[in-house]
Design a protein around this ligand. Structure first.
Ligand SMILES: Cc1ncc(COP(=O)(O)O)c(C=O)c1O
Length: 473
């Protein structure tokens, strides 16, 4: 009992909330541990080396009955990650759009974790909400969107693209919010190229339009959506009683980095009165560069836009952006009324403008990157990747390889002389751990897909990749 006769409160759980001195000790130790692990990761194999069967047995022994020292848990975790993942932190990872994370973005994660602000409401987190908005406005302006455009951070391109479909459906029919897809006079349809990111199928499912709503339009032989085929598909669907609502142009296809005809798609949307979304999840980073920006001409005509910072802008995972030129639509679409939230400001509070409710402070990553590097630094980062790819292309062409995709961005689709079994070639390269490349299809052909994803890839890394490809394919 204390002096007021009340029972003494139990001590906080020390394993969860240790003393300041203990925190400092563990943090310093972890910082050193991560630093040396990253050095080994950068020069080691790109692919996991851990025996996953043994790991499964090891994991099963964590029955969580007997607590273990945190430091032991951390040491184990860092070691297993060092050997148990494909290493995006290795500059010979020429893989999918997963970056080697920038240092400012990693520090942003640390700050967000320490303060753990709740970004649902502007009253809870006035500074983070304003800061994220400032970054969105800067990116929107860079993309050529008019002042007054709006947007928010999302967990990934898939969430941002889902947001686009919900906006398109809501804009297409005033009763969509209440009645869902039944509001429409016929089955809903939306259009993108067959080389789109195939998460659009899941998005159609989630949005309640059904996967059949997605029309995959043929490409033009060069990996870009065929605008005439798009026009014909819309006309055929209307004739059959379906209701077209949206066209999605991809600016930087996942497989080949191709950019759909952005102006032609905008013209079709204007003529057909359809929502125009540009999925620039990866390629949108090119807005940072004055040199590359012209490749995206027409992006500024979109009703909405997806750009992932966690791809070519090198933030840590879970950092995408949704931007729209229709500032009043988001608070209508994501409207909710409740008395328990600290604020309910329609055009401001993230929980009233986006899919998420509770949300993490992810925008800080891009804020710190932009603050520390400026647009010029991000421009140099994306331009450097293009130069890395140009160098790989030159080296492979000199060895008789063929390049199939005509992309000006940082993705190469190649086949070796004699072609052979492409998936088997890729499996050999990946298994060697010398570099990481992917298999993709370009216009129906198997190709080796090489993408510059790491901001520190050196000439020696390029040589190592080329040597692995030439020796193993
Ligand atoms: C063009 C495109 N759109 C969308 C996505 C999905 O983005 P996320 O993985 O961030 O959800 C990707 C992922 O690679 C992509 O390349």
């Amino acid at each position: 009992m204390n002096s007021n006769g009340l029972p003494v409160l139990p001590e906080p759980v020390a394993a969860l909330f240790p003393s300041g001195a203990e925190r400092q000790r563990v943090e310093q130790w972890l910082t050193e541990e991560l630093k040396s692990a990253l050095v080994r990761v950068q020069s080691g194999p790109v692919t996991p080396t851990l025996d996953l069967q043994a790991f499964g047995a090891e994991l099963a022994r964590f029955d969580f009955a007997t607590p273990r020292p945190l430091e032991e848990m951390l040491r184990w975790t860092v070691n297993r990650l060092e050997h148990g993942i494909v290493q995006m932190g290795n500059p010979r990872y020429f893989g999918l759009f997963n970056p080697g994370a920038s240092f400012p973005a990693q520090l942003a994660d640390r700050i967000a974790g320490a303060f753990n602000p709740q970004l649902a409401s502007s009253a809870s987190s006035p500074v983070p909400v304003a800061l994220e908005r400032h970054v969105i406005d800067a990116v929107a302006a860079r993309a050529g969107f008019a002042p007054g455009s709006t947007g928010h951070f999302a967990t990934g391109g898939s969430e941002a693209n889902f947001t686009a479909l919900i906006c398109a459906l809501s804009a297409a029919h005033p009763d969509f919010a209440a009645a869902g897809a039944r509001a429409f006079a016929g089955p809903v349809r939306f259009y993108t190229s067959r080389d789109c990111h195939i998460a659009w199928l899941k998005i159609a499912h989630q949005a309640g339009t059904g996967r059949e709503a997605l029309r995959l339009i043929d490409t033009d032989g060069g990996g870009r959506m065929d605008a005439e085929a798009l026009r014909r598909a819309i006309a055929a669907d209307r004739a059959a009683g379906s209701v077209p609502v949206m066209v999605v142009a991809t600016a930087g296809t996942t497989g080949a980095g191709m950019i759909d005809p952005l102006h032609a798609c905008a013209d079709i949307c204007a003529a057909e009165k359809l929502w125009y979304h540009v999925d620039a999840a990866w390629g949108g980073a090119a807005v940072a560069s004055d040199r590359l920006r012209p490749l995206l001409a027409g992006i500024e005509r979109a009703d909405s836009l997806t750009i992932d910072a966690h791809k070519w802008l090198a933030t840590t995972m879970g950092c995408a952006m949704f931007i729209t030129r229709h500032p009043t639509l988001l608070p209508q679409v994501f409207h909710a009324a409740t008395s328990f939230m600290p604020s309910s400001v329609a055009a401001v509070d993230p929980y009233l403008n986006s899919v998420q409710w509770s949300r993490r402070f992810v925008g800080l990553r891009l804020f710190l990157e932009l603050g520390a590097a400026g647009w010029s630094g991000l421009a140099r980062h994306v331009e450097r990747s293009v130069e890395v790819i140009a160098r790989i292309e030159k080296e492979l062409l000199a060895r008789g390889w063929t390049v199939l995709n005509d992309s000006k961005l940082a993705v190469l689709n190649v086949v070796p002389p004699g072609v052979g079994d492409i998936p088997a070639h890729v499996r050999r390269v990946v298994a060697s751990g010398r570099a990481w490349v992917a298999t993709a299809k370009f216009e129906g052909r198997d190709v080796i897909r090489i993408c510059a994803t790491h901001g520190e890839t050196s000439a020696a890394d390029v040589d190592a990749l080329v040597a692995a490809l030439v020796e193993l394919c």
